[in-house]
Design a protein around this ligand. Structure first.
Ligand code: GLC
Length: 688
């Protein structure tokens, strides 16, 4: 059951699309909370041990209990545990009481979730303004509540199959030669790859939808040449449009009045990478369509994937903010500096970026209604991606385009995926990556992944190896690194053959991952789940924060500590441990329910398969184009009978053309399938 309470006059965010099960409650009194008189704060006492799940992209644990989170899309590259906001705003939680229930706060502005931080047993949800919808969702289990919620917010974005291949990014590959060198590096090392990214330097002076003709004299030819090798080029698009005379996107947008304004209707001037910029008013439907159609300039060059960035929006400074800072500094000149005004002086510039003052001074024209940016802040990146997705539907009807964003809000999951933003080359960020996967799945974001190897800082070989051993399971598998950091492409480290094996294993897994992705999407389920969701009666399983269930077949437990020779793993039931030492050689160990220490050498990858389940792996290939289902090797521990239904389709058309289920069965010491074209091997099956 889903109950909806309306407070004030909410802005429609578009997060909810299926109202079939939604019951409007006019009482204004939620069932599970006491409401403060201001109608902004909802409180509930949570007995010790009650876990809270959700909040999508956020810091800390899978169980969110014990911290204060602010839902406010923020450009913050330092994801330490004291942070309260990251790039996305995902206001959905499930409270695991005896009768679990879910809460979704549909508000375009800020809302905070104090989950037993201020007071050890109190959950307090506080909206900053009084206009929002508050949903309460009841169900039989956590998974059931999530399913109902997901159905209500609609199906998730599905990328093309090639977007499940390995992807290499860097800020930046600044010219044609460096892009070719990356392709060659991977080819020479025989490491599979499906895409190479173009960060901001491909543009002419960082202007969206332009290409620097000196560094990339013929982008269309380059895209075609790489596609011959099965590699897609994926350029970045930033939210800010450079102010420059003669730049048509800027001039046309100004003429049509499509940029965000100040209170008096003047264009609100900010600065990001290109220097002075204007922000397209993505909350205006005409501006959205206008901007989205510009992607055609790149699709006309053969581009079929994009990443939308800086769309919280990130602001380095605004013209008005900078004037104020200079004025302050001028006033301080010559004055003695003490502890207070020294820091104020320093902050005059430091605090120019992403300032609340700017968000409060900028306005949208929401199809006739003037709305302050701050009040609808969390919808900005969402609508940038919606702008692209809707236009790409027109530009490339029937074809899926790779599309993902940095900022997001629930609802955007229907239009694109997200990456987890600017993480660091820290061991703790492998674990943060793992923890965000199920929380994001709860909120509809299935196509997601972190910058593997870490974005900021220098990555070491062992960090990248261990991180890839988690990354091979996430739908978006992209290695990305920041300007000025050590080269992070796999072939740049010693023994590239060990990276090759890990990435080849990813390709072996793609049919299964693609199948689980689509099944999760079709049934509004999660591809990655905390153990607590599947083994709810098992207290130990409920406290596990560093392992995940993948589909209904597997469990993953990556090593995330430097110099570790292995790790402790908790098995909530009997499982087969498949330890891959290369993509094609492995050992099989039957393990009983309980605690185990598993040795995992640096180049090895463990996968745990549940008893009487089957995991199908195809042959490795150099890219997804060459992936074939002709030969499948099954893995599992079969005591009786096990089956797996593999979902397949043509991997590119919107209607999932060629949809087909292939069924694999293992019983009585033999394996078979209902598809004559697939040759099966039972090398990975142990029969009891
Ligand atoms: C932002 C993005 C990052 C990108 C950089 C330069 O920090 O999050 O991925 O590389 O901008 O465009």
């Amino acid at each position: 059951m889903i109950f909806r309470y309306k407070f004030g006059d909410p802005t429609e965010t578009g997060a909810v699309v299926d109202f079939e099960k939604v019951q409007e409650c006019t009482s204004g009194k939620p069932q599970y909370f006491t409401l403060e008189s201001n109608c902004l704060s909802f409180k509930r006492t949570l007995p010790q041990g009650v876990a809270v799940y959700g909040l999508g992209e956020s810091t800390r644990g899978i169980n969110k209990r014990g911290w204060h989170y602010d839902s406010f899309c923020s450009d913050d590259p330092i994801h330490t545990e004291d942070k309260q906001s990251l790039y996305g705003a995902h206001n959905f939680i499930v409270i695991d009481e005896e009768k679990p229930f879910g809460v979704f706060v549909d508000i375009p502005g800020k809302v905070s979730f104090d989950i037993c931080a201020e007071s050890y047993d109190t959950l307090e949800i506080t909206a900053e303004d009084g206009n929002f919808y508050f949903y309460e969702i009841t169900g039989e289990s956590i998974r059931d509540i999530v399913r109902q919620f997901r159905k209500m917010i609609g199906k998730s974005y599905t990328p093309p199959l090639w977007a499940f291949g390995y992807q290499q990014c860097r800020w930046s590959y600044p010219d044609e030669a460096s892009v070719r060198a990356v392709a060659k590096g991977y080819k020479d090392a025989e490491i599979p790859i499906d895409s190479i990214y173009l960060d901001i330097d491909y543009m002419e002076r960082f202007k969206d939808f332009t290409v620097d003709g000196e560094k990339f004299p013929d982008l269309a030819a380059l895209a075609a040449e790489l596609k011959e090798e099965g590699i897609h080029l994926v350029p970045i698009i930033d939210a800010g449009v450079k102010i420059e005379d003669g730049y048509d996107v800027y001039e046309d947008g100004v003429e049509k009045g499509y940029f965000c304004k100040d209170e008096n209707g003047e264009n609100y001037v900010t600065a990001v990478w290109p220097g002075k910029t204007l922000f397209p008013d993505f909350l205006n439907s005409e501006a959205r369509h206008w901007f989205g159609m510009k992607y055609k300039r790149l699709t006309d060059m053969g581009i079929d994937g994009f990443w939308n960035d800086m769309n919280e929006p990130a602001i380095f400074y605004s013209e008005k903010g900078l004037d104020r800072a200079w004025e302050y500094v001028e006033n301080q000149k010559g004055k003695p500096l003490d502890v207070n005004n020294f820091f104020d002086l320093r902050d005059a510039f430091v605090k120019l970026s992403n300032s609340t003052e700017d968000y409060k001074a900028m306005y949208h024209d929401m199809d006739g209604k003037k709305v302050r940016h701050y009040d609808v802040h969390n919808l900005y990146g969402y609508n940038m991606t919606k702008s692209a997705a809707e236009a790409l539907d027109e530009i490339r009807p029937n074809k899926r385009t790779l599309l993902f964003s940095r900022a997001s809000y629930i609802g955007m999951h229907r239009f694109g995926g997200i990456w987890m933003g600017d993480n660091q080359s820290w061991w703790s960020h492998i674990l943060l990556n793992l923890k965000m996967l199920p929380s994001l799945n709860m909120c509809g974001f299935l196509y997601t992944g972190a910058d593997l190897g870490g974005f900021g800082g220098n990555c070491t070989r062992d960090l990248l190896m261990r991180w890839l051993a988690l990354g091979i399971f996430s739908p978006l598998m992209r290695n990305h690194a920041a300007l000025g950091t050590r080269a992070q492409e796999c072939y740049n480290f010693e023994k590239p053959e060990e990276f090759r094996e890990i990435i080849k294993l990813r390709y072996r897994l793609i049919p299964y991952l693609y199948s689980e992705f689509n099944k999760a999407n079709d049934s509004y389920d999660m591809m990655f789940r905390p153990l607590a969701f599947d083994y709810h009666e098992d207290k130990i399983a409920c406290s596990v924060e560093d392992q995940l269930m993948l589909g209904d077949e597997a469990m993953i437990a990556p090593v995330y500590e430097q110099n570790a020779i292995g790790r402790n793993v908790y098995l909530p039931e009997d499982m087969l441990l498949v330890m891959f030492d290369t993509a094609e050689s492995f050992t099989l160990t039957r393990l009983e329910k309980g605690h185990h220490f598993i040795e995992v050498p640096l180049n090895q990858v463990p996968i745990f398969v549940k008893k009487n389940r089957l995991l199908p792996l195809c042959r490795p290939s150099e890219n997804t184009e060459k992936l074939s289902l002709d030969k499948i090797e099954l893995f599992g521990w079969v005591d009786g009978r096990a089956e797996y239904e593999l979902y397949t389709d043509d991997g590119i058309s919107k209607q999932n053309k060629g949809e087909r289920i292939i069924k694999f069965t293992a019983e009585n010491g033999r394996v078979y399938s209902d598809c004559d074209d697939t040759e099966l091997s039972d090398g990975g099956v142990c029969f009891d």
